[in-house]
Design a protein around this ligand. Structure first.
Ligand code: NAP
Length: 321
């Protein structure tokens, strides 16, 4: 028999664990299925597990390390009675009630858990260049978040990879701190909106390296420079930078929900405005899996709190009927 839970939370970044704290405090004994350790950002604790110091999370005036912050979230959820399971959900059936959730082999007929309500907080992962030593250097020169890490590169020469709005926005933001920001783009035209392009072109600290791609990270424990390849002449050169921001897009972790939850065209889960409700009654979504605008730990945590309150009220309504 599958184990039945009132609330199952899938994902354990700031959104999922905040939902865990709130639903636990509401005596709903939530189960947080936190994922399994991997080398990418869809792992327990989410993207903060791949950062070093977090200086913009309110309440920590001297900053806190990303993994330590997530460990605190975790202990706080457990303290109030949330159970954490370090496994990956392989399949869900949200088209039946109670909802069904599988861990391990998805071809097994019987689900591992059934749930009265489900909170989806599986996050998103930043697309990476997939070069050797990349994950090891994240937080040591390589970053996917200018808002989080820009401050550490004051008066240094850094670069941004990409040619979309994110890359240009990050480069403009980073130019407040860095002495020079080079945008490395694989074509000779930006994809970013015209207004963002104009801002970048008129920014004296921003330079462009057109028709180039990064082929190698130089530095074992800290980024020292990158090797870049000119895609027209097929020649290699070295770019001396202490920081590289990868801004080539994000992808939400929604593959197991694709045919069941309504998604935006870009794959993120649709939620009703000012709410965490999805198209399925009793299923709520929070954090980066439904947010392609703010993508901050604090906004994810805030939306995790919303999802917990929405789930609690929804369960109350069901029990009252
Ligand atoms: P995006 O628009 O998909 O742009 C990704 C960029 O990265 C493209 O320039 C692409 O090159 C490049 N790229 C992709 N894969 C690469 C690889 N493996 N190696 C090197 N370069 C690679 O993504 P985004 O900039 O994150 O924006 C996503 C959406 O959010 C867009 O709709 C955007 O308008 C929106 N957004 C808006 C704002 C704003 O309005 N302030 C800010 C951020 C994002 P190609 O151009 O050659 O394909």
């Amino acid at each position: 028999m599958p184990d039945h839970k009132e609330v199952v939370i899938i994902g354990s970044g700031p959104a999922g664990l905040t939902a865990g704290i709130y639903t636990a405090r509401a005596s709903l004994s939530p189960l947080v299925i936190e994922g399994e350790p991997s080398s990418t950002s869809d792992q327990p604790g989410g993207q903060l597990m791949l950062t070093t110091e977090v200086e913009n999370y309110p309440g920590f005036p001297s900053g806190i390390m990303g993994p330590e912050l997530m460990s605190n979230f975790r202990s706080q959820a457990e303290r109030f009675g949330a159970s954490l399971l370090t496994k990956k959900v392989t399949k869900v059936n949200l088209l039946t009630t109670p909802f069904e959730i599988w861990i391990g082999d998805p071809s097994v007929a019987e689900p591992t858990f059934t749930a009265s309500s489900v909170i989806v907080s599986t996050g998103a992962k930043a697309l990476m260049l997939d070069l050797p030593n990349e994950i090891e250097l994240v937080g040591h020169g390589i970053s996917t978040c200018a808002t989080c890490d820009g401050f550490f590169f004051r008066d240094q020469e850094i670069a941004v990879v990409g040619g979309g709005d994110s890359a240009v926005e990050e480069a403009i933001f980073l130019s407040r701190f860095a002495s020079k920001v080079t945008i490395i783009h694989r074509r000779d035209q930006l994809r970013a909106s015209k207004i963002m392009q104009d801002r970048a072109f008129s920014n004296p600290k921003i330079e462009f390296l057109w028709n180039h791609e990064v082929t190698e990270y130089v530095g074992d424990t800290k980024l020292e420079s990158v090797t870049v390849r000119n895609l027209i002449h097929n020649s290699q050169s070295n770019l001396q930078i202490s920081g590289l921001f990868i801004a080539i897009g994000h992808t939400p972790n929604t593959s197991i929900f694709e045919d069941q939850l309504s998604l935006h065209e870009n794959g993120y889960i649709k939620t009703e405005s000012d709410s965490s409700r999805t198209n399925i009654d009793g299923v709520f979504a929070c954090g980066d899996v439904q947010d392609f605008t703010y993508r901050q730990a604090i906004t994810a945590a805030g939306s995790g709190c919303m999802a917990a309150i929405d789930a609690e009220r929804w369960l109350e309504e069901q029990h009252a009927e």
